[in-house]
Design a protein around this ligand. Sequence first.
Ligand SMILES: [Zn+2]
Length: 255
Amino acid sequence: MPQATVRTVYDCIDQFAPFDTAEAYDNVGLLVGSWDTPVKRILCTLDVTVNTVAEARRSGSQLIVSHHPLMFHGRKRLINGDPEADTIRALILSDINLISAHTNWDQSVLSGSASVAEDLGVTGLRQEGYLFTGDFPSEQSASSVKSLIEKKIKAPVRMYGSPSQAIRTISFAGGAYGSGYTEAIAAGAQAYLTGEIRHHEIIDAVARGLVVFDAGHYASEVPMIPRLIRFLKEQLGDTVDLIASSQQPFTGALY
Ligand SMILES: [Zn+2]
């Protein structure tokens, strides 16, 4: 297999999460770097901070593949002391390339939502936009579903609704997709797992008989990273090393 380049990796990601399916407001694709750079090691991460760039440099990675993009809000200046500007400058000064796949990845079978569903043993997964809905093998109480989620994603979960409610069908939309609870109800789910949901949305959802699990943005999406690594390994074979970032974006600490 010929040595991969930044473009090869972009083309692989484009297979499962076509970049042209991203929302118009999004910022995806090659964001920093050059298409023809040879790539031997890739750092995969949800977020990119100065700590992530330092980790990429330490690990000898030529490329970072992130879920959340930089320059999401149309940045016009790169001035020292601004955290995002410092991150972009660090990428350029370290000659590290950055590809981001965001809303296109969210709508793919390797999304955080589909990954969490799989980790929970939910089957018969069907997709509608960002929403993935599936079934547990048998009915179980909301409180036992909460325990299962916390065990699988290794993070605390907030549950809203009756702990004794029976759940067979559950919808998933990781990240910031609280408004998707109406779609979960329309999909016939008794429960909805998301990463961010607003107070008034919770009140409305519960009043409509839905149990809501708020797993946090990070924890509800980070299971997508091992899926990406598995997929790229299959595509690129031994020509490339793939590593998952050990940084949390808030603290820079190890998991
Ligand atoms: Zn996200």
